[in-house]
Design a protein around this ligand. Structure first.
Ligand code: PMP
Length: 406
């Protein structure tokens, strides 16, 4: 029982209706960025053709219209993740959201000898900001080890939760292995030790329902472009108490209450963290993307993609030269593999020649590649518009690459 309307859905994504190198496009690079449906493209076009104007400042009609649409998008995104709208800060994306929190901890909460826990499967954007903060404060970055099948070693994690740990910052779903981490356990264990948790939900957002209040997570970062919205926008969810405590990230217009040369007072969150003119059109596009996914139903998408993933793994395993990297029990989104002794980029080029878009390389997870002792992988990553036919083309494409590479 495969997603009944997949052809109708595919027709809503104009970019998918094209040929690449003489073959119909098979787009399997959704972990890097997803394609955008007409609903999103239209919402953004309507903004620029109908009511482009700056937000939060003007009394005139267009500015009020732009402000309402920008704030309506905040409400839509908040509802999508089960948050209050005032807990949702618009950022440039996941990277920006993590940097916002890391900068706050660096300034206020991290001291010499303290510890920050991340995991061995983090994207560079959830490694480097913490590394910079730890270097400056002479704090220590601790890394939860990854097991051979690509899961987090939860016993090791339990033993790491000591009194010096100031925050745990881990990914919900690995962009390289597709592993779904046991985030509820990760959060409960940290909270039992009085430690806050940040979840990188960049990959989770398109593949799994998110309810931040049920999870009781302290911070959650994600990007619009991973969930059928535009680039340049994302959010930081923060518990209200944390957003109150966290110092401002950048200074400028929109984030203030009152400015004098002696002393500035800040706006209440979320505006306290939104200095300068925001990405208004992008926020509106993000709202439209979330509305699109809501209308299709994230639970249905999850169930469909789960079937597709199982199918893909079973089919890929029929290729004798193929080795999967990461075989976690719970997984979504990404499937990484190597083919014989061939370099991933050689396989990627041969797939591109057949119109199949995959990603090759380290996927911004170099320490994870070191862990699996490979220079990189070939990664196929799925979205709601992919089909079993796409998977068949991928498998056929890999077989052809094996033959050509010898
Ligand atoms: N974390 C994960 C798990 C990701 O997959 C990505 C994007 N590849 C990021 C963080 C960074 O997201 P962005 O580049 O949109 O800030």
């Amino acid at each position: 029982t495969i997603w009944p309307d997949v052809e109708k859905i595919r027709n809503e994504f104009p970019i998918l209706q094209q040929s690449i190198n003489g073959n119909p496009l098979v787009y399997l690079d959704n972990g890097a960025t997803t394609q955008k449906p007409v609903q999103v493209i239209r919402a953004m076009q309507e903004y620029y053709t109908g009511y482009n104007s700056n937000v939060h400042r003007g009394v005139h009609t267009l500015s009020q219209k732009a402000t309402s649409a920008y704030e309506a998008a905040r409400h839509q995104v908040a509802a999508f993740i089960g948050a209050h709208h005032h807990e949702v800060v618009f950022t440039k994306g996941t990277t920006d959201a993590i940097n916002l929190v890391a900068a706050g901890f660096r300034k206020e909460f991290l001291h010499e000898g303290d510890e920050v826990i991340i995991s061995g499967m983090e994207h560079h954007s959830n490694i480097v900001p913490w590394q910079l903060a730890c270097e400056e404060k002479k704090a220590h970055l601790k890394v939860i080890p990854v097991t051979d099948n690509g899961e987090l070693d939860m016993n090791a994690y339990a033993s790491m939760l000591g009194p010096r740990v100031k925050i745990v910052s881990v990914t919900w779903i690995s962009n390289t292995l597709g592993t779904i981490n046991p985030v509820k356990d990760i959060i409960n264990m940290a909270h039992a030790a009085g430690i806050p948790v940040l979840l990188d939900a960049a990959q989770a957002i398109a593949h799994t329902p998110i309810k931040v209040h049920e999870l009781n997570v302290d911070f959650l970062a994600l990007s619009s472009h991973k969930v059928y919205g535009p680039t340049g926008i994302g959010i930081l969810y923060g518990k209200e108490s944390w957003l109150q405590k966290l110092p401002p990230y950048q200074g400028g217009g929109d984030m203030i209450k009152h400015v004098t040369f002696e002393k500035t007072t800040y706006a209440e969150p979320p505006l306290k963290f939104e200095a300068g003119t925001p990405a208004i059109c992008e926020a509106i596009g993000f709202g439209a993307a979330v509305a699109y996914v809501t209308q299709l139903g994230i639970h249905k998408i999850q169930a469909y993609e789960h079937q597709l993933t199982e199918y893909a793994i079973a089919q890929l395993k029929t290729i004798p030269e193929l080795r999967l990297i990461g075989e976690a029990k719970h997984r979504a989104g990404a499937i990484s593999f190597l083919v014989g002794q061939h370099h991933p980029s050689d396989v990627g080029v041969l797939l591109d020649q057949q119109g199949i878009a995959v990603r090759t390389g380290h996927h911004c997870t170099q320490p994870l590649m070191d862990r699996f002792e490979c220079p990189g992988t070939v990664r196929a990553s799925l979205a709601l518009y992919n089909t079993t036919a796409d998977i068949d083309r991928l498998v056929e494409g890999v077989r052809k690459a094996v033959t050509l590479l010898g």
